[in-house]
Design a protein around this ligand. Structure first.
Ligand code: FAD
Length: 299
């Protein structure tokens, strides 16, 4: 009530999509099909994650370069500073700059052992804010950083987490992309608190359309995102109904995006998990339409 229906959404939303680097040829094919399926929606950028501890350094690089080279999309490379010296990180960043990649999602990362307390590499960047400053010294990269509507687990409190976000933006980042969440209210509260803390940069909600609650709950536990219990109820009895699970997943995520839109949000970042269908369907519900097929960059 009092909120626009899908039909009232104006087509003024902008989106970005996140992928992870594929491990096998089959996964590569899936990723590539997804990139091609989402490209006509004209995202602002697409980003490719960096595996824990830099484990996908080469694969992230290859994927970002291929997107940059073979599509009309702007590719952003995630880069973490865990377990690497400043020199090593600077080399990775230089290679991106040399291949025309201008956008980095700069992150601290987590230790490879699940749940282990973060320890900076002795010659490394101590946190994401230092990484942002280091990257900016190298080249005028466009930089996005992470934000946590439900607070990062390492943070003492919300204020400390916002101070940290502000340090990253003051160091030269131009936008924050949030960890996924399932409560629009949590996002709005965070956005208001950020504004009160003097943060005026764009804060882009990270949207994770989920069709497997149990799996997501495992992951959410590590990163501090709350999965409300009503979500279990919505997926109850659907274990053997993958098609219905997909439809329910799209409905939940689209409904959340609609509420975010009603609250003034105009930019969304989708965690695609390398599958196009859910993100594509949600974007469609939100009024986005595929642009005429985009010519290959090289053409
Ligand atoms: P930071 O901003 O450095 O902060 C981490 C925590 O430490 C915060 O709680 C902060 O308050 C605290 N902190 C930092 N500096 C200080 C200080 N000086 N004093 C006191 N407290 C401090 N991980 C990957 O491995 N690869 C990826 O590709 C990846 N992509 C991501 C994309 C998005 C959009 C998001 C939201 C997360 C992503 N992550 C990724 C996960 C991320 O690496 C972890 O959440 C990590 O634990 C924190 O990274 P950060 O960049 O937020 O760290």
């Amino acid at each position: 009530l009092g909120q626009p229906l899908f039909a009232d959404i104006d087509g003024d939303l902008k989106v970005s999509f996140e992928f992870f680097p594929p491990k096998t040829e089959k996964m590569e094919e899936t990723l590539w099909n997804s990139v091609k399926a989402l490209e006509p929606l004209g995202p602002r950028f697409v980003s490719v994650t960096y595996g824990a501890g830099g484990s996908t350094r080469e694969r992230t690089h290859q994927t970002v370069e291929r997107i940059q080279r073979e599509t009309s999309l702007n590719a952003a490379a995630h880069l973490t500073c865990v377990e690497a010296s400043k020199d090593e990180i600077d080399q990775v960043a230089e290679a991106y700059w040399a291949s025309g990649v201008r956008h980095i999602v700069a992150l601290r990362g987590d230790m490879p052992e699940a749940g282990a307390k973060f320890e900076a590499h002795p010659q490394g960047y101590a946190n994401a804010a230092e990484l942002v400053a280091g990257l900016k010294k190298l080249h005028p990269f466009e930089i996005s950083v992470a934000a946590y509507p439900e607070c990062h687990p390492d943070s003492e409190n919300v204020k400390a987490d916002l101070d940290n976000l502000k340090r990253k933006l003051d160091a030269g980042a131009s936008r924050a992309i949030t960890q996924f969440f399932f409560s629009p209210e949590a996002f709005f509260k965070f956005r208001d608190a950020a504004a009160d803390a003097g943060i005026d940069a764009e804060i882009v909600p990270g949207i994770l359309p989920i069709s497997n609650v149990a799996q997501t709950r495992k992951f959410a536990g590590i990163c501090g995102a709350d999965i409300p219990s009503w979500m279990d109820r919505l997926f109850e009895g659907l274990d053997d109904h993958p098609g219905a699970r997909q439809l329910v997943a799209a409905t939940i995520a689209a409904e959340m995006c609609r509420k975010l839109y009603a609250g003034g949000v105009r930019n969304l970042h989708f965690y695609t998990l390398n599958r196009a269908e859910l993100s594509f369907a949600i974007c469609h519900l939100l009024g986005m339409r595929a642009k005429e097929s985009v010519a290959e960059k090289a053409a």
